[in-house]
Design a protein around this ligand. Structure first.
Ligand SMILES: Cc1ncc(COP(=O)(O)O)c(C=O)c1O
Length: 393
C-alpha cells in the first residue's frame, strides 16, 4: 500500500485537521460580530508572531499593528512599496533570487529602482550594500529567507545601513516569519510581510503584514492604490475589519493556524524548524548531494527550506527524478526560472514529524538512484537521524 501523500513544497504547506475543519463551517457575513471575533483572534496571534519571533523571549516594543490582507504576499509586497514610494522615490532593491527580483520589479512600476544584485544563491556583500544606499535612498526592499535558493539573508545588517540613511525598510519574511527569528525593532524594519501558506501553516489566499507605528503616518494618501490603501486597511483593522469583502473561510483557518503557533510558543517552534532543516541538509549532503546556495559572511542557510543541486546525470533528464519522487506520493519543488532542471527544494515549514523529514530524505535518495545518480540513501538517512537524535528536545 502506498504511503500517505506528503507535501514538502515550500508553500503551500500541509495544514492540520483543525485548520482544515475551520474552513468548513457555515458561512457568515464579513460584517458580522462573529467575523470581527475571528479577525481579532488572528490579529492577536499574528502580533505575537511578528513581535516575539525570538529565541530568548525578546519582544519588539512598538505601537504598530498587524493586519491581514485578502491576497497573497505579492499583494502585501506591492502594497508596502506603493504606499511608501511615488514616481520620484529612490528605491534600493536587494536581489539574490526570484523573490528579491519580484520586489525590484514592483519597485520599477512605482518608483526609481536601483538593484544590488548577485547571482541567485550567492550572498550579499554588505560593503556593496553600504555603498549603494545613500541619503538619497527613500526605501530599501529585501527578502529575509530567499525561497528560490534557500538562503537566509542578513536583514539586521541591511536594516542598520538603511537606518543610518533614514531610508524606510520593507522586508519580505514570507518563509521565515513563524519559523525563524525575526526582530522588527532591532532590525529597523518598517513593514514586514508574510504569507498564510508558508511558516504560518495556513491555507493559501491571505497574507499578513506588520506596519510599525513610526511608518503609519507615511502611508496612504490620494496616491495610494485603492484596493491596497494601507491607511484604510489599518483604520479598518483597528476595529477587526477589512475595507472589502473578506475571504471568510481563509480568515477562520488563519486564526486557527496562528493560534497554534501561540500554543507551541515561538522559541520551541523556531528550534524545531532549525533542527529539522539541519537534518534535511545533513541527509542530502550525507548521501552525496551538494547544497545549491553559497552562504558567506552574514548570510546563512535557510532554516525553513533546503535547496540542493541536481547531479549532472539527473540534469540530463530531471523529469525522471521528479517523476520517481511523485510515484512515492511525495511532492517536492524544482528550481524556479533559470534554476529549473538544476536544483530541487524541500520545505520543513509548519508541523512536520521527524518521520516525515526522514521519509523526504529517503524518497529523494531512492528517486536519485532510480534516475541514475550515484548517491547513498542509507548514509543520508543515518546522517539525518544523527542530527535529530543529537538535537532531540
Ligand atoms: C519569499 C517569498 N516572497 C513572496 C512570495 C510570493 O508569494 P505569493 O505567490 O503567495 O504571492 C513567495 C512565494 O513563494 C516567497 O517565497
Amino acid at each position: 500500500m502506498s504511503e500517505e501523500f506528503l507535501l514538502l513544497n515550500p508553500g503551500p504547506v500541509p495544514v492540520t485537521d483543525r485548520v482544515r475543519r475551520a474552513m468548513d463551517e457555515p458561512m457568515i457575513s464579513h460584517r458580522s460580530a462573529e467575523f470581527e471575533a475571528i479577525y481579532e483572534r488572528a490579529q492577536d496571534a499574528l502580533e505575537y508572531v511578528f513581535r516575539e519571533s525570538t529565541l530568548d523571549g525578546r519582544v519588539t516594543n512598538d505601537d504598530g499593528m498587524a493586519l491581514i490582507l485578502n491576497g497573497t504576499a505579492t499583494m502585501g509586497m506591492e502594497a508596502a512599496v506603493a504606499n511608501l514610494a511615488d514616481d520620484d522615490s529612490e528605491v534600493v532593491a536587494l536581489v539574490n533570487g526570484k523573490f528579491g527580483r519580484r520586489f525590484a520589479r514592483i519597485a520599477d512600476r512605482h518608483a526609481q529602482c536601483t538593484r544590488v544584485g548577485v547571482q541567485w544563491g550567492e550572498s550579499f556583500d554588505l560593503g556593496v550594500v553600504a555603498n549603494t544606499i545613500t541619503d538619497e535612498t527613500d526605501l530599501v526592499t529585501m527578502v529575509h529567507n530567499e525561497t528560490s535558493t534557500g538562503l537566509l539573508n542578513p536583514v539586521a545588517g541591511v536594516g542598520a545601513i538603511a537606518a543610518e540613511h533614514d531610508a524606510r525598510f520593507i522586508v519580505d519574511g514570507v518563509t521565515s516569519i513563524g519559523g525563524d527569528v525575526f526582530c522588527i525593532d532591532d532590525w529597523h524594519v518598517d513593514i514586514a510581510i508574510t504569507d498564510a501558506q508558508k511558516a504560518l501553516a495556513a491555507p493559501p489566499g491571505t497574507s499578513a503584514m506588520y506596519v510599525t507605528g513610526d511608518v503609519e503616518s507615511a502611508i496612504g494618501g490620494d496616491d495610494a492604490p485603492f484596493y491596497e490603501d494601507l491607511d484604510w486597511h489599518l483604520r479598518k483593522a483597528e476595529s477587526n475589519q477589512t475595507p472589502f469583502t473578506s475571504a471568510v473561510p481563509l480568515f477562520r483557518a488563519l486564526a486557527v493556524a496562528a493560534e497554534a503557533i501561540v500554543d507551541e510558543g515561538l522559541p520551541d517552534r523556531i528550534r524545531r524548524h532549525r533542527r529539522q532543516s539541519t537534518a534535511f541538509r545533513a541527509g542530502f549532503t550525507g548521501m552525496g548531494l551538494e547544497r545549491f546556495p553559497t552562504a558567506a559572511d552574514a548570510t546563512v542557510y535557510s532554516n525553513t527550506l533546503t535547496a540542493v543541486e541536481l547531479p549532472e546525470v539527473v540534469r540530463a533528464d530531471p523529469d525522471a527524478f521528479f517523476d520517481a519522487v511523485a510515484e512515492r506520493n511525495v511532492s517536492i519543488s524544482g528550481g524556479q526560472a533559470h534554476l529549473g532542471g538544476e536544483i530541487f527544494r524541500v520545505s520543513n515549514m509548519g508541523q512536520f514529524a521527524d518521520e516525515q523529514i526522514l521519509r523526504g530524505i529517503r524518497t529523494v535518495g531512492e528517486a536519485m538512484v532510480d534516475a541514475g545518480a550515484d548517491v547513498d540513501p542509507e548514509a543520508g538517512l543515518d546522517a539525518a537521524r544523527g542530527v535529530l537524535e543529537l538535537q532531540r528536545r
